[in-house]
Design a protein around this ligand. Structure first.
Ligand code: ZN
Ligand code: ZN
Ligand code: FE
Length: 759
């Protein structure tokens, strides 16, 4: 009896292009004896297969169970069709334009197979720093235009040798259609430039010599340059810090492998998975108390930002230097974007680096390392960039059908912009500081590139109405319909959008300073709103910032301001002079009293600054979030029984009673960590209580957390559990950073919703 032949058409959506999905389907279908074809479509991948129903079912099942590591399947739709006598199974070429709508995949870390090849002396890719395959290697960083084919990437400069050509065209090979495929014969090369000029011999021993001599080396990597030096050499680390003018901010390190990470840090299963993921981000880990590391790496910090070698070049650098740990910090001057070209780097980093390790694969799109931390059991973004960009995030659409393309311009610091089109949000790579010309140029270039990839032009533009923001000035200069989106509403909307929530919710938005609707500086906000509108329900009390920006750099000034509000004039003066000897405390008190250049601000970050300074943990801030980090680190692991007193008066959450209690504790010799923990719990309790009240009044069940202050793990967990204990559902940002790196997503979505009528 003849076997009944069935024909299926399977449509697969998700991240299925540029990840080896078609050859995978080819192998499975051929092994199952099926006939038919697989091809890329604008929406994903289509398979037509003919054969016994059992084999078709097996194919469908294995699409999910055995998919290539970088593939992410959103859905598989199956339609049964009449048998058509299909030919032997084949992979159809990309039909013109079919791939244009599909975006470039993100860069992926060195896979285990390639790693083994690079380390195997008999392999033709032994020691080759640009080895990659369909499962790993550069993607976003090398693409100039779509479709994602080799001629459109910076690998176009390297014609394939016969061996690589064979691999590229063989559907059974791991390198079938791997666009960046390369080998020592045909691919990019690395070289070393030291004090004595370009090294004529091998780069690896020259690099090793420089590291062992305590030098700082600028290394060209995947999305830009790193500055590297021996992590175990305190003098080298100090030199790097001094030259980069970065006295205190923790430096990221690259560890040889997971065993090396465990030597220095505690590592949970979730953290290990994140480190070893294809995105290979920097993961902020709790460092071991007995870790043999110089204090210079992260002065005073209990954490360490660690990543694993994510390119073969990095793997080989660590092997050559004979170390398990290298400092790997961004190769830029403070506040400027990453260097990109060899010439730029040599000029920009001339007085920072002693030597350069360069290569000749151009970087099409600069992309900094991503930074995450496992907070409350799941990853939380500190910075979303390499390995995640340009993976889209689905967001709710205001109405069915076509929508204009929306741009969110982002914030002034830690900028990333966002394009929303077709219900998908594409957050850009980390752009950085927008108050410098270089940052603005990077923004324009990255926006033009992403718009071209997506074949869209922004029509509606959400921006921060802060009158001093260069990024907003830039946004207003772009053609389109402009829509101001209040800073903290944008934070709230970003969280709602990533969770697909369109109903009203309450937001606890805690950050440094953002421009408020009334022209004052907000940042300790309890909001109620949705993707269109928002109102302020409550907020932390206002603190004058004596000297404005200067107070942000010098938290002791904000502390003096808190003393001025919390005590009678004589007492405030006595305390200010006792707590900040040698500082012009009296003059600052005068500024506050006379409201001289002391703009009022209610940012949670400013209250944490004041507390950190009052406890002597951080008087001067040398990087953004310095004082808040010092306070959080001091409080780590402590569970205070109760918060300090605070009270709500109208819309104001008054923390001055907590300030008085904290100062009393300090004067009574209570250890600073205990007081820090208690103050933090006060901020958590005050805001969670107010949010619960707002939720009850508004009749909603959801509270969203946003703003950069929620990078603090203890604070996030405290607020989350206080809200949950009141039966509320808590939304935590997991797809984009809670801070200003995620702001643009909220701006774009609000602009889109406001400017699109509901049908
Ligand atoms: Zn690979
Ligand atoms: Zn080759
Ligand atoms: Fe913010």
């Amino acid at each position: 009896m003849a076997v009944t032949v069935t024909r299926w058409r399977l449509q697969i959506t998700g991240t299925v292009q540029g990840v080896g999905f078609r050859p995978f389907v080819y192998r499975v279908a051929t092994a199952l004896g099926l006939r038919g074809c697989v091809w890329n479509s604008p929406a994903g991948v289509v398979i037509e297969a003919e054969g016994p129903a059992g084999a078709l079912a097996e194919l469908r099942q294995r699409l999910e169970s055995d998919a290539p590591p970088l593939a992410r399947l959103a859905a598989i739709d199956v339609v049964e069709l009449p048998p058509a006598g299909l030919g032997p199974f084949c992979i159809a070429g990309s039909q013109g334009g079919a791939e244009r709508a599909a975006l470039v995949p993100p860069d992926a870390a060195l896979c285990p197979e390639c790693r083994a090849e690079v380390l195997a002396p008999e392999d033709r890719r032994y020691g080759y720093p640009f080895t990659n395959c369909t499962h790993c290697g550069p993607r976003f960083t090398i693409v100039r235009a779509l479709p994602y084919d080799r001629p459109q990437t910076t690998m176009a400069a390297f014609p394939l040798c016969p061996d690589c050509t064979r691999e590229y065209h063989d559907p059974r090979d791991r390198r079938f259609h791997a666009q960046p495929v390369a080998c020592p014969r045909c691919g990019p090369r690395a070289w070393f430039i030291g004090a004595g000029g370009t090294c004529t011999g091998e780069w690896a021993p020259a690099f090793a010599g420089a590291i062992q001599a305590g030098q700082v080396v600028a290394v060209r990597g995947l999305g830009g340059f790193h500055l590297t030096c021996a992590a175990h050499d305190p003098e080298a680390v100090a030199r790097l810090r001094q030259r980069k003018r970065r006295p205190d901010k923790p430096l990221a390190v690259m560890a040889r492998d997971l065993a090396a990470v465990r030597r220095y840090c505690h590592l949970s299963a979730a953290e290990e998975a994140l480190l070893a993921s294809p995105a290979a981000p920097v993961v902020v880990l709790q460092r071991r108390a007995d870790a043999p590391l110089p204090a210079e790496l992260a002065p005073g910090a209990r954490t360490l930002g660690v990543m694993l070698p994510y390119t073969p070049l990095h793997l080989l650098l660590l092997a050559a230097a004979g170390t398990d740990l290298l400092v790997m910090t961004s190769g830029n001057r403070s506040g400027l974007p990453l260097a990109r070209d060899n010439e730029d780097a040599m000029a920009e980093l001339a007085d920072v680096a002693d030597a350069f390790l360069l290569h000749d694969r151009e970087i099409a799109n600069r992309c900094d390392d991503s930074v995450l931390r496992v907070v409350d059991g799941a990853p939380l973004f500190y910075r979303r960039s390499r390995g995640y960009v340009p993976v889209p995030i689905p967001v709710p659409a205001p109405a069915p059908g076509h929508h204009p393309t929306a741009l969110g311009a982002g914030g002034e610091m830690k900028n990333a912009f966002c394009l929303v089109t077709g219900g998908q949000a594409f957050l850009s790579q980390h752009i950085g500081e927008m108050d410098v010309r270089e940052g603005q140029a990077f923004f324009r270039e990255a926006l033009a590139r992403l718009s071209r990839f997506l074949e869209v032009t922004p029509e509606v533009i959400g921006y921060d109405p802060h009158p001093g923001y260069q990024v907003s000035r830039l946004a207003l200069g772009l053609p389109g319909t402009h829509c101001p989106v209040q800073h903290h509403h944008a934070h709230l909307a970003a969280v709602l959008a990533e969770h697909g929530v369109v109903e009203p919710a309450v937001g606890i938005i805690l950050d440094g300073t953002g421009y408020g609707d009334d022209g004052t500086l907000w940042g300790g906000e309890i909001l109620a709103g949705d993707l269109r509108t928002c109102r302020r329900v409550a907020h932390l009390g206002y603190l004058p910032l004596p000297g404005g920006e200067r107070a942000i750099r010098q938290p002791w000034r904000t502390a003096v301001s808190a003393l001025a509000l919390a005590y009678a004039p004589d007492e405030a003066e006595r305390l200010a002079e006792a707590l900040f000897p040698g500082r012009p405390a009296r003059a600052v008190l005068g500024m506050v009293r006379e409201r001289l250049n002391s703009p009022p601000a209610c940012g949670a970050g400013r209250w944490l600054d004041a507390a950190a300074a009052l406890l002597g943990l951080c008087l001067d801030s040398t990087y953004e979030g310095h004082a808040a980090t010092a306070l959080a680190e001091a409080a780590t692991g402590l569970a205070p029984a109760a918060p300090y007193p605070w009270r709500q008066e109208g819309k104001t959450l008054d923390l001055l009673p907590a300030v008085r209690a904290l100062v009393a504790d300090r004067l009574n010799g209570v250890p600073a960590p205990a007081a820090a923990a208690r103050f933090q719990l006060t901020v958590a309790t005050a805001t969670a209580t107010a949010a619960a009240g707002a939720a009850a009044a508004a009749g909603c069940q959801r509270v969203a957390l946003g703003g950069g202050v929620f990078q603090n793990p203890d604070l996030l967990v405290q607020v989350r559990s206080l809200l949950q204990s009141r039966g509320l559902q808590v939304l935590i940002p997991r797809q984009v950073p809670p801070g200003d790196g995620g702001l643009a997503l909220g701006q774009a979505v609000v602009a889109l919703w406001r400017l699109t009528p509901t049908r």
